[in-house]
Design a protein around this ligand. Structure first.
Ligand SMILES: NC(=O)c1ccc[n+]([C@@H]2O[C@H](COP(=O)([O-])OP(=O)(O)OC[C@H]3O[C@@H](n4cnc5c(N)ncnc54)[C@H](O)[C@@H]3O)[C@@H](O)[C@H]2O)c1
Length: 265
């Protein structure tokens, strides 16, 4: 059996718990919402209003007999994100976990760091709004409810936020700032609320920006494959439901891609 076909082997009793996952209509967000729901959690799935995949995602979870509701809203808009979180908390009845996962590369192909023109003001504004201010808006709207339950926040960052080399320098900068915000909020909201992040590497999702995955590149990943959304969801479940002495951390989940070159001589 290869690791891609292994089932997720961690579980938690999340009956009576609730979660809000942003950017949950596809990819890591959907896999996280499903995994939380499979473990008994009632989940609110957020994505952009009008995205038909949001209803499909909610239906996919409820049709399996798990509890899920829709929480549409632009997570990168201060007013809409705040309203979305407040409505979701009211609908859920309480909030135990906030997964700030919505993100955007804003480009269909990588922009090299030496290109200072393509990432214009609009590009910077969009990426800052969605990737950095979005988690800030949602955290601000949710923190009171999370303090009541002794909950947890998990932010989806990126290895680009640590090492660069993502879809653009702008993207890398927003994710680096999100990693820093994770530490700030961990210090600010402990001991009641733990705040952590994951830093995904290569993801098998419908991410807008397409990277060329040459055999040479893929062979450099010690686990020899891209991460599935379920691989990342497993790490998020751990940081939500487990990891009770972990806060302020960014867990790199990249199959070993950034573990460094082989030391074999
Ligand atoms: N795919 C990658 O290569 C990669 C690598 C590292 C980190 N990440 C991060 O993982 C997270 C999830 O990405 P994914 O790979 O699952 O991609 P995805 O495209 O499958 O999912 C992203 C979801 O976020 C939603 N979204 C975008 N902007 C939003 C907004 N303003 N409000 C609400 N929802 C919004 C999209 O509609 C989409 O459903 C993102 O934060 C991304 O930055 C992705």
């Amino acid at each position: 059996m290869t690791s891609t076909t292994q089932t997720i082997n961690i579980s938690a009793n999340l009956n009576e718990k609730t979660a809000l996952v942003t950017g949950a209509a596809s990819g890591i967000g959907f896999a996280t919402a499903l995994l939380l729901a499979e473990n008994g959690c009632k989940v609110a799935l957020n994505d952009l209003p009008g995205n038909p995949r949001l209803k499909q995602a909610v239906d996919a979870i409820t049709s399996k007999g798990y509890q899920a509701i829709s929480a549409p809203g632009n997570a990168g808009d201060e007013v809409l994100a705040t309203e979305m979180v407040e409505t979701a908390i009211t609908d859920l009845g309480r909030l135990d976990f906030l997964v700030n996962n919505a993100g955007t590369p804003g480009t269909k192909s990588p922009i090299p760091a030496h290109d200072l023109d393509t990432p214009d003001q609009n590009f910077w504004t969009k990426l800052l709004q969605v990737n950095l201010l979005g988690p800030w808006y949602c955290t601000r709207a949710a923190i009171g409810a999370l303090q009541k339950t002794g909950g947890a926040i998990v932010n989806t960052a990126s290895i680009a936020g640590i090492y660069g080399n993502g879809s653009s320098s702008t993207y890398a900068a927003t994710k680096a700032a999100l990693i820093n915000l994770t530490k700030e909020h961990a210090r600010a909201f402990g001991p009641d609320v733990r705040v952590n992040a994951i830093a995904p590497g290569v993801v098998d999702s419908e991410w807008e920006c397409r990277f060329e995955r040459t055999d040479e590149f893929m062979s450099k990943i010690p686990l020899k494959r891209a991460g599935t959304p379920e691989d990342y969801a497993e790490a998020i479940l751990f940081l939500c439901a487990g990891g009770r002495y972990i806060t302020g951390e960014t867990l790199v989940v990249d199959g070993g891609l950034t573990a460094g070159p082989s030391t074999q001589v």
